[in-house]
Design a binder for this molecule. Structure first.
Ligand code: AMP
Length: 139
């Protein structure tokens, strides 16, 4: 299993630093975020070290996703939030602070004013179509 000895999440996986563990299986680990944006904010990580989504083997992503679903349902059942966001950040521009693949499971409350929502505005259809072509060319 890939390990980066300088990675804080690899240290959590190895039990070298403390965490509030929720669940683990062979591929994934869920634990509480130490700087919760809301009550119940937790993280699901891949156990092997992969910095971003782009580095993730698809089968590992599927295994982590199964844990995300399990944990999200438990958060929903335990806390009855008004909603729940999954947030997964890659790279500095996305404000990723720990370069070890993880998914935030983030319970939401009406009026909590967390700054991850944006105001939907209609886009320019020609510009949308053009960027869709650029992406499709790489699929
Ligand atoms: P991101 O900014 O998307 O990379 O998210 C990294 C998250 O890891 C942040 O929400 C941090 O609060 C959280 N975090 C960092 N160190 C720890 C730790 N030792 N235990 C639990 N959560 C942590």
């Amino acid at each position: 299993m890939g390990v980066d000895p300088n990675c804080i999440f690899c240290k959590i996986v190895a039990g070298q630093i403390p965490s509030f563990r929720l669940f683990e299986d062979v591929a994934s680990l869920a634990f509480m975020d130490i700087n919760p944006a809301n009550e119940g904010h937790c993280l699901v990580i891949a156990k092997p070290h992969h910095p971003t989504l782009y580095d993730m083997p698809p089968d590992l992503l599927a295994a982590v996703s199964a844990t995300v679903l399990k944990v999200a349902k438990a958060v929903e059942a335990a806390l009855k939030p008004d909603g729940l966001n999954l947030v997964q950040s890659n790279g500095k521009g996305a404000a990723q602070s720990v370069p070890h693949f993880h998914v935030h499971v983030l319970p939401r409350r009406l009026g909590d004013n967390l700054k991850i929502n944006w105001e939907p505005k209609p886009g320019d259809r020609a510009a949308i179509a053009a960027v869709a072509e650029r992406i499709k060319a790489k699929l």
